[in-house]
Write a protein that binds this ligand. Structure first.
Ligand code: ZN
Length: 227
């Protein structure tokens, strides 16, 4: 591509997209909120092959989500993916946010069109924040900055499109097709020849169940679920 075309293209917002509810809410904001209309949205999904075995379930969910998001918003977006395999780690694991920081830093390093990186932090996360969690977030930010430390240009800005929303508010704001396609279970159950199913027992399955019941109760009372 020549330089002139490069200048005419829209700047990009990079969104590390796991397919979980928070990232689905973040993508909904990026594709529908007026303030992001001047940007091309760029999703990157990482297939994290570890002993939790969530990659296959998430991989199926993101395929459905790409399609449903295009249908629901009428907008297109760029998608790339990569695989990281570390099943050999029988104890402990690599934090998702560290891998996301390393990969997003490298994607920004080779792509000068990215001027912002969107993070899926919600009001629920921020309220529940422990000093441990804050320390891990700071470490991930240092990984991101270190990867970009030799670049001559300014660091892409971090933005938080869903930080004003609780998880329940995100659940309620999404069209049903999108909220039901999000994958949040920590321990998917695999059956032969069938798509993976949520376990129904882990804390994210519990949270999801509670949010669904609350929303249905409000809709039954005639209160709109729309925020
Ligand atoms: Zn579960």
């Amino acid at each position: 591509m020549d330089e002139k075309n490069e200048v005419r293209l829209k700047p990009q917002i990079l969104c590390m997209f796991s397919g979980g509810l928070d990232s689905v809410g973040m993508l909904w904001q990026l594709l529908t909120a007026e303030k992001y209309a001047g940007f091309e949205i760029y999703l990157h999904h990482m297939h994290l092959l570890n002993r939790e075995e969530r990659a296959e379930a998430e991989g199926e969910a993101v395929e459905v989500l790409y399609r449903e998001f295009r249908k629901a918003t009428g907008r297109d977006f760029k998608v790339t993916e990569n695989v990281v395999e570390y099943r050999f780690m029988e104890r402990g694991f690599i934090y998702d946010m560290d891998l996301a920081a390393f990969m997003s830093g490298n994607i920004c390093r080779v792509n000068p069109r990215i001027t912002k990186v969107a993070m899926g932090r919600t009001a629920t996360d921020l309220a529940a924040v422990s000093s441990d969690f804050q320390a891990r977030m700071d470490r991930a930010q240092r990984i991101f900055e270190n990867v970009l430390s030799l670049e001559k240009r300014d660091l892409p800005e971090r933005i938080f499109p869903v930080k004003a929303f609780t998880k329940a508010e995100i659940f309620a704001m999404l069209p049903e097709t999108l909220r039901e396609a999000a994958w949040s279970c920590r321990m998917p159950v695999y059956f032969d020849d069938k798509s993976p199913e949520p376990c129904g027992k882990c804390h994210t399955c519990d949270d999801l169940w509670a949010m669904r019941e609350e929303l249905e109760a409000r809709q039954k009372d005639g209160v709109s679920g729309d925020l």
